[in-house]
Design a binder for this molecule. Structure first.
Ligand code: NDP
Length: 332
C-alpha cells in the first residue's frame, strides 16, 4: 500500500521535495473498522498550514506522518454492519491508496444523488464553508453588493452562486481571464475581475458603483486591501482564508484598516467550517436541492494518478485549478 508523507517542513512555497512516497503492508481491518480503496483525494490550501509547526486550530502534521485530509473511497471489506462492500464513503484518511478507517469517522455517500467526488467539494467541506461563511456571517440581503476573492476556486464559486440566489449583485475576483469568463458566462456573476490586471483597483471601483456590503475573503493580501477601501456602512467581512499569505516567509504588514471598520461600523469575522458541524445536514440538504434545481453549478479540476498528488497540491498556489482540485486515484 502506497502513501505520501511529509518529508520535511516547507520553507516558503512548498515543493515536491517536501513530500515522500512510502510502501506499507496492506492494512487489515479490526473490529469496527473498514478497509477502503481511495477513489478521490482532496488537496486543500489549509494543508499548507498543517505542514508548518506554528500553533493553529488543527495540529500540525508531524514530519514522517501521512498527509491527512479528505478522501472518497469504496469499501472493500467491513467489520461494521453499517458499511458493506461496494459502498462509497467519505472520510479523512488522507494521501494513501488504501486505508483502514474507524467506521465512526466515515460518512456514507449516495452515488445516485450526485457524482461521489462532490462529497469533497460542493456537497462537502468546501460547499459547507461557502454556505456558512456567507449566510451566517455575511447575511446577504437582496440588492446588496457581494465581492468574493478566490472566486473561481472551490469555495469561492459556491459563495458567488449562493449570493446570486439571495438576490445580491456579485463581483468575483480571480487570477486568469479564463476564470473570469467562466464566472460571468457560466455562473452568472454580475462582474468578475482579474487581480493581475494593472488597472485592477479602478476596475473594482467601477464594478462596485454602490460600494461593498459583503466581502467574502479567501485570499487576503493586496486584493483584500483594495476591496476593503470600498466597504459600505455596516459591511460584513467573513474571513475564510488568506491564501496569499500562507507561503510568506516574513509576516505581511498591509495597510491598517481598523479605522475603515470603525467608521463604517463594519463586522470582520473569521470562521472555521468545522465549528458548524451540528448544522452540516441542514446545509447539505439545501446545497443538494440547489444543485438538483440547477441553481448552483460546480467545477472540478481532476488530476489523474496518485503519484501526482503533490503536484495537484502545489498547483493550488499557482491557481492551476478552476473549481475543486481533486486527484483521481482509482476507478469508481
Ligand atoms: P481554491 O479552490 O480557491 O484554490 C486556491 C486558489 O487560490 C487558487 O486556484 C488561486 O486562484 C488562488 N490563489 C493562490 N494563491 C493566491 C494568491 N497569492 N493571491 C490570490 N489568490 C491566490 O481553494 P479552496 O476553495 O479550497 O479554499 C479557498 C480559501 O478558503 C483558502 O484560503 C482556504 O484556506 C480557505 N478555506 C477556509 C475554510 C474555513 O473553514 N475557514 C475551509 C476551506 C477553505 P487564482 O487563479 O484566482 O489566483
Amino acid at each position: 500500500n502506497e502513501q505520501i508523507i511529509l518529508a520535511k517542513r516547507p520553507q516558503g512555497m512548498p515543493n515536491q521535495a517536501d513530500f515522500a512516497f512510502e510502501e506499507q503492508p496492506m492494512p487489515v481491518p479490526q473490529a469496527g473498522e473498514v478497509l477502503v480503496r481511495t477513489v478521490y483525494l482532496s488537496v486543500d490550501p489549509y494543508m499548507r498550514g498543517r505542514m508548518s509547526d506554528a500553533k493553529s486550530y488543527v495540529k500540525p502534521y508531524e514530519v514522517g506522518e501521512v498527509i491527512q485530509g479528505g478522501a472518497v473511497g469504496q469499501v472493500m471489506e467491513s467489520t461494521h454492519p453499517g458499511f458493506r462492500e461496494g459502498d462509497f464513503v467519505a472520510g479523512n484518511w488522507g494521501w494513501r491508496r488504501y486505508a483502514v478507517v474507524s467506521s465512526s469517522t466515515l460518512r456514507k455517500i449516495n452515488p445516485e444523488l450526485a457524482p461521489v467526488s462532490t462529497a469533497l467539494g460542493v456537497l462537502g467541506m468546501t460547499g459547507l464553508t461557502a454556505y456558512f461563511g456567507l449566510l451566517d456571517i455575511g447575511q446577504p440581503q437582496a440588492g446588496e453588493t457581494v465581492v468574493v476573492s478566490g472566486a473561481a476556486g472551490a469555495v469561492g464559486m459556491i459563495v458567488g452562486q449562493i449570493a446570486k440566489i439571495k438576490g445580491t449583485r456579485v463581483v468575483g475576483i480571480a487570477g486568469s481571464d479564463e476564470k473570469i469568463r467562466y464566472l460571468t458566462e457560466e455562473l452568472g456573476f454580475d462582474a468578475a475581475l482579474n487581480y493581475h490586471s494593472e488597472t485592477f483597483e479602478d476596475e473594482l471601483r467601477e464594478a462596485c458603483p454602490d460600494g461593498v456590503d459583503i466581502y467574502f475573503d479567501n485570499v487576503g493580501g493586496e486584493v483584500s486591501d483594495a476591496v476593503l477601501r470600498l466597504i459600505n456602512k455596516n459591511a460584513r467581512i467573513p474571513i475564510c482564508g488568506q491564501i496569499a499569505l500562507y507561503n510568506l516567509e516574513k509576516p505581511d504588514t498591509g495597510p491598517r484598516i481598523q479605522s475603515l471598520l470603525l467608521t463604517n461600523t463594519a463586522l470582520m469575522k473569521g470562521f472555521l467550517v468545522g465549528d458548524y458541524q451540528s448544522r452540516y445536514n441542514e446545509a447539505l440538504h439545501e446545497l443538494a436541492e440547489w444543485l438538483r434545481d440547477g441553481k448552483i453549478k460546480y467545477a472540478e479540476n481532476i488530476i489523474e494518478g496518485f503519484e501526482n498528488t503533490p503536484e495537484a497540491f502545489l498547483g493550488l498556489f499557482s491557481g492551476e485549478n478552476l473549481g475543486k482540485q481533486l486527484v483521481k486515484v482509482s476507478e469508481e
